[in-house]
Design a protein around this ligand. Structure first.
Ligand code: GLA
Length: 374
């Protein structure tokens, strides 16, 4: 299975944590379709930790919680599939999951076959309770082999939080995406620290195995399992813009059954999603990192450029970039025709440099630029 663009979907953890059940998953599937998320590209519905019984069955197979999922997982998967979505689940490479449920260590091949028999299309695979004598890369390799041989295409989402220098070995496993950072929480400091960490890890991202900056907190509004303060709408917009710009998987974490209009507006911006899903998946680079003026550029398939201006500071800013800083010197004889992707406004044709409008703390501007003859 080859994954060419960052996976998009929804995951239960950020909002619901332990508090999951069949009804929640079904109503979430309905809402993903009704609210236009599936149409926008959010394809995977993923159940995170806390779905299992504490004990395996007599054949050593994992058993879904009888209370939370009384009809078993196949029934849930069938419902999710009937909506045109794909179905994801969670396990862990250690002896227990992070929340203390049975995990796949030394049951990898049995579990991969169980997931395949339920109709699972995506497996998030965590790193808690790793036995000390084991090497992490071997545990991911083993599950990678189990999934590749289970008879079903299952996207392998590794979640070792960047620990043990994951970036050095993750592409030797079967992983299609890998958590390059620690857990997100719903506040600006968390978003900023994940951005800073990820900025260094850009060279390791790419088609086939994507750097995963963790699930989105857009729209959580300070409510739910990882809510620690909440963010403003502008901060959510910046968070989404950065994740999209950095080619991270876009996995929604809010309650999609109760989204405010501004949440839907952020999560379904087709132009921003197009930058994330660009077929070339080129590495973004910093165009001007001086004085907290974090301007990033990315070459897109077809010749356009994306420019992301992220105000990570606590002050107002007038972000700018000079075209020679992205390799477009005067001698090229090209100007940039610039569109603002959040307002939809065509800003005009610019030569030599672009100075944006004044933006507040934590705000951002994302541009799409077409090269035109001067
Ligand atoms: C770890 C992961 C989270 C979530 C929890 C579940 O902390 O990084 O994303 O899956 O485990 O227990």
């Amino acid at each position: 299975m080859i994954v060419r663009t960052p996976p998009m979907g929804w995951n239960s953890w950020n909002t619901f944590g332990w508090n999951i059940n069949e009804e929640l998953i079904k109503t979430t599937a309905d809402a993903m379709v009704e609210n236009g998320l599936l149409d926008a590209g959010y394809q995977y519905l993923v159940i995170d930790d806390c779905w299992a019984e504490r004990v395996r069955d007599k054949n050593h197979r994992l058993v879904p919680s009888r209370e939370k999922f009384p009809n078993g997982m196949k029934a849930v998967a069938d419902y999710v599939h009937s909506k045109g979505l794909k179905f994801g689940m969670y396990s862990c490479s250690g002896t227990l999951t992070c929340a203390g449920f049975p995990s796949s260590y030394e049951y990898e091949f049995i579990d991969a076959e169980t997931f395949a028999s339920w109709g699972v299309d995506y497996l998030k695979y965590d790193y808690c309770f790793k036995p000390q004598h084991e090497e992490g890369h071997l545990l991911y390799k083993r599950m990678g082999m189990a999934l590749a041989n289970c008879g079903r295409d299952i996207l392998f989402s590794a979640c070792s939080w960047g620990a043990d220098e994951t970036h050095k070995w993750i592409k030797t496993t079967g992983a299609h995406m890998w958590r390059s950072t620690g857990d997100i929480s719903d506040n600006w400091n968390s978003i900023k620290s994940l951005y800073e960490k990820q900025a260094e890890l850009q060279p390791f991202n790419g088609k086939g195995c994507f750097n995963d900056m963790d699930m989105l907190v857009v729209g959580m509004g300070g409510k739910g399992n990882v809510a620690l303060g909440g963010c403003t709408v502008e901060e959510y917009r910046t968070h989404f813009s950065i994740w999209a710009f950095f080619n991270s998987p876009l996995i929604i974490g809010c309650d999609v059954r109760e989204m405010k209009p501004e949440t839907i507006h952020i999560l379904t911006n087709k132009d921003i999603i197009a930058i994330n899903q660009d077929p070339a998946q080129r590495q973004p680079f910093m165009a001007n990192g001086l004085h907290g003026n974090s301007v990033w550029c990315k070459e897109l398939e077809g010749g356009d450029l994306a420019v992301g201006m992220f105000n990570m500071t606590d002050n107002n800013q007038i972000p700018y970039f000079i075209f020679s800083d992205i390799g477009l010197n005067r001698s090229a004889g090209r100007a940039l025709e610039i569109t603002d992707l959040w307002t939809g406004q065509k800003l005009g044709v610019f030569r030599d440099q672009y100075r944006a409008r004044l933006i507040g703390p934590h705000e951002s501007i994302v541009l799409r630029c077409k090269l035109v003859k001067e």
